[in-house]
Design a binder for this molecule. Structure first.
Ligand code: 4GP
Length: 825
């Protein structure tokens, strides 16, 4: 190896002997056990406690430096943070992974075993929540003052079991045996008001004063999760709020003999942070969900204000210089009227001054164009839970309507279109409009998505506020998604181009010149093979299916949704199966189709698709005529820690959404970074991935956004494809028989119905032939081993753009205007 390696691996802060001593100390003094009695769980906890010593020291120094420098900070408001496991990440970031591994080995413990003890922190559904986790990793790594704010859900995303092919949801209990990372901060408890009524009073000079008399008060208890940056210098905080009954409210009832009533209040209050809603990209409407949103926003704003006041007292003039708040989707949009309420009703600022502050503080990220995902709340519901906020929303809207009238005089249709309030049978509050109006910047999450936000979602807002709508393409942290999850490839890269790529991912470009080097190709593909062996083992353990590691590992991992089109992949698998049955010599390289996906519990068709994949898998995997050319493995309970095992082993990355529907995608980036070649549509960030890797190193197929729109406008009829293409017809008809579900004909028919009777809303049939042909091209390309290795290497080499450090840099320059803060030791 010939690299002029720049050595910037984090240097270990303590040595093996000291780490070992720390683990033993915690085994004895924190856990009250010893080396002979400890099981893996105890070893895991003791190891966490040992590294937590370093983490907390870093946290203390960071907070002190931020305070002394009175730093401007970003506050990332998100209802979801999909963190996954933290031990390996924290060890890596302190440069202590090998040290810990060595220390544990001397104690007779394998680090890989104890890492498996950690439950995933699954406080999110999918893309949006995992993005938040990658962003706070980058913020800490880039030494930027930042706090993540969210909800301390007692139960995260459900655990998925598969029974007879169908998804069963089980509760997730990530904190059942204690969580070693989190720190409770009772000194920073906040109180949150709900329900009640608003009293209007008149103050000096006839000033109208509003007083909200809440019907209920709950407590927000903060739990801090330290977020360690790479090289461990900055340790920021993720602050998650847990709801509890307010003492003051319950004791009154309790003392009056109402023990049961007091308990009921307790239960109601604690329900707020009990569970994460398991829907991604689906409509709102549930009262508890709105309460959750308000609860964490109100706690977080009060926390920010408390911190600000400690430095600046009642002088609000610097608030917008010190504070920027990023709204991760519209879920935290209720923060806008809440800040207005605090400024106008509590701090007694005039409306214009308050609005001036507000609109310099908030920025909003849109993550989806799907109409069903654009949050709207019944005005009546807001009025009941947050009566004062509804008044404020009306006032914001009233003033905004005047602006609209100035721009488009007398245009009532325009007013109706842009209003925060949607009139109809039931008055609804459009949270997207509120977010755009109350923010100084609005961004989409990939070039194409941001273009569509401007041209189809908010075109008039773009006209009204030129420059407010912008783009920040998503990114992923290479520390978790390459360095930690793929040690084999990371070490190979270190040797080839040096060790500083986790901080500066553009450095991976240096691999491109070795892409056609036979020796490097062999080394690269050897790592891939080893990763495939590990995944094969996982598949064997979990599903009792044997897969050939020389087969193409074709991976589709993401939430189950019609627009992501797992059923398109399924139809192609069925078509391949049929071709083999019709022609036993059908020429294809063996392929293993690996799926991971959770369906929202109430999303019937998504669950039917999971069932269908499993039923088709059963049949194909056990049919000797297939001769092992196809295997299908649906791995249950897809989550961050499973993704970390699947991604390094993938040859092919499936990114096959209907063009215009996937805002960005981030799995596409993780897979390509680990040397998988994408088969995908021109959708979301696939477009930018294609730009980076070049057309020769990606398989693009299918309708473009323009073609999708044109076909829709001309009256798309899926029956045309059904009757024209005999293979499509045969495969869809197959779903109606009992071939895959013996004795139960029609068990899979809902998929056929959605594609024919229901009009195929995501144009699966229109794209089927192009997809199937692209898969044949993938097959051919894979057989040329050297060409394939070159493609895989180029994919890794060209992913520099997709580090979340670059996304954060874009946010800092375009939106947040933040400076890093050096941490004094
Ligand atoms: C997701 C989008 O579907 C995905 O394309 C994007 O990469 C991700 O956000 C992060 O921006 N949306 C959601 C959601 O997860 O719940 O709307």
């Amino acid at each position: 190896m010939n690299a002029k390696a720049t050595k910037t691996q984090p240097s270990p802060v303590i040595d093996k002997a000291a780490f070992k001593a720390a683990v033993i100390k915690h085994l004895h003094c924190t856990l009250g056990t010893d080396e002979n009695k400890a099981n893996n769980h105890a070893w895991w906890k003791a190891t966490c406690a040992a590294i937590q010593e370093q983490v907390l020291e870093g946290l203390r120094k960071t907070q002190k430096s931020h305070y002394l420098n009175d730093t401007r900070a970003v506050h990332y408001f998100s209802a979801e943070f999909l963190m996954g496991r933290l031990l390996s990440n924290n060890l890596q970031n302190f440069g202590l992974f090998d040290v810990a591994g060595g220390a544990l080995k001397e104690l007779g413990v394998e680090i890989s075993d104890i890492l498996e003890e950690e439950p995933d922190m699954a406080l999110g559904n999918g893309g949006l929540g995992r993005l938040a986790a990658c962003f706070i990793d980058s913020l800490a790594t880039m030494e930027l003052p930042a706090i993540g704010y969210g909800i301390h859900y007692e139960h995260g995303l459900f655990r998925q079991e598969i029974k007879s092919g169908a998804q069963i949801e089980r509760p997730d209990s990530w904190r059942d045996y204690g969580n070693p990372w989190e720190i409770c901060r009772p000194e920073s408890i906040q109180e949150v008001s709900l329900y009640g009524y608003v009293e209007t009073k008149y103050g000096e000079n006839g000033r109208v004063l509003k007083e909200w008399h809440p019907g209920s008060i709950v407590k927000g208890v903060p739990w801090d999760i330290p977020v360690v940056g790479y090289e461990g210098k900055t340790v920021n905080v993720l602050r998650l709020w847990q709801s509890e009954a307010s003492d003051y409210f319950n004791w009154d009832v309790f003392n009056a003999g109402g023990y049961v009533d007091a308990q009921r209040e307790n239960v109601q209050a604690e329900t707020i942070s009990k569970v994460l809603y398991p829907n991604d990209e689906t409509e709102a409407g549930k009262e508890l969900r709105l309460i959750q949103q308000y609860f964490f926003c109100s706690c977080s704003l009060k926390d920010i204000i408390r911190r600000y006041k400690r430095a600046h007292g009642d002088d609000w003039s610097r608030f917008a210089d010190q504070v920027v708040i990023q709204l991760n989707d519209t879920h935290p949009a209720i923060s806008i009227p809440e800040l207005m309420r605090i400024l106008v009703d509590r701090a007694e600022l005039g409306w214009d001054e308050a609005w001036g502050i507000c609109t310099k503080v908030f920025a909003y990220t849109n993550h989806t164009l799907l109409p069903e995902a654009l949050e709207k709340w019944p005005a009546r519901m807001i009025e009941k839970i947050l009566p004062r906020h509804l008044e404020i929303i009306y006032e914001i809207n009233h003033r905004f309507m005047a602006e609209v009238d100035k721009k488009w005089p007398g245009d009532n249709a325009m007013k109706a279109k842009l209003s925060i309030i949607e009139e109809g049978n039931e008055k609804m509050v459009r949270m997207g409009h509120l977010s755009v109006i109350g923010s100084f910047a609005v961004n989409g999450v990939a070039e194409m998505h941001s273009r569509l936000v401007k041209s189809s979602l908010f075109p008039e807002f773009d006209e009204l506020y030129p420059g407010k709508l912008t783009n920040v393409t998503n990114g992923i942290t290479p520390r978790r998604w390459l360095k930690a999850c793929n040690p084999g490839l990371s070490k190979l890269i270190d040797k080839k181009i040096g060790e500083d790529w986790p901080r500066d991912l553009d450095k991976l470009q240096g691999l491109a010149k070795f892409a056609s080097n036979k020796t490097f190709q062999k080394q690269f593909m050897k790592v891939k093979l080893e990763n495939k062996e590990l995944l094969a083992e996982e598949i064997r353990k979990s599903l009792d299916i044997e897969v050939d590691v020389n087969a193409i590992f074709d991976v589709q991992i993401k939430r189950l949704h019609e627009y992501k089109r797992q059923h398109l992949a399924l139809l192609n698998i069925m078509a391949l199966y049929r071709r083999i049955l019709e022609n036993p010599d059908y020429d294809m390289h063996p392929r293993v189709f690996v799926f991971g996906a959770k369906a929202a519990p109430g999303y019937k068709l998504a669950k039917d698709i999971i069932f269908a994949i499993n039923k088709v898998a059963d049949k194909i995997n056990n049919d000797p005529r297939v001769n092992n050319k196809i295997k299908v493995a649906f791995l249950p309970n897809y989550r961050v820690s499973l993704a970390e095992k699947m991604i390094p082993a993938a040859d092919v990355s499936e990114q096959i959404s209907t063009a215009g529907k996937e805002a960005s995608g981030t799995g596409n980036m993780k897979l390509a970074l680990n040397g998988a070649v994408t088969i995908g549509t021109l959708d979301g960030a696939n477009v930018e991935i294609a730009e980076e890797v070049g057309d020769d190193n990606i398989f693009i197929f299918g309708l473009t956004v323009e073609e999708v729109n044109e076909l829709k406008a001309n009256g798309y009829n899926p029956h045309d494809y059904y009757y024209k293409d005999p293979e499509i017809k045969a495969v869809l008809d197959w779903l109606e028989t009992d071939y895959f579900t013996p004795g139960k004909p029609g068990a899979l028919v809902s998929i056929k119905q959605s594609l024919l009777d229901n009009g195929d809303p995501y144009m699966v049939l229109a794209d089927f032939r192009a997809y199937s042909d692209a898969q044949i091209a993938v097959d051919a390309a894979y057989r040329d081993k050297e060409r394939w290795a070159e493609m895989a290497i180029i994919n890794t080499a060209k992913m520099g753009k997709f580090t979340s450090d670059r996304s954060i840099r874009d946010y800092v320059e375009r939106v947040w205007k933040l400076s890093p803060c050096k941490i004094e030791s």
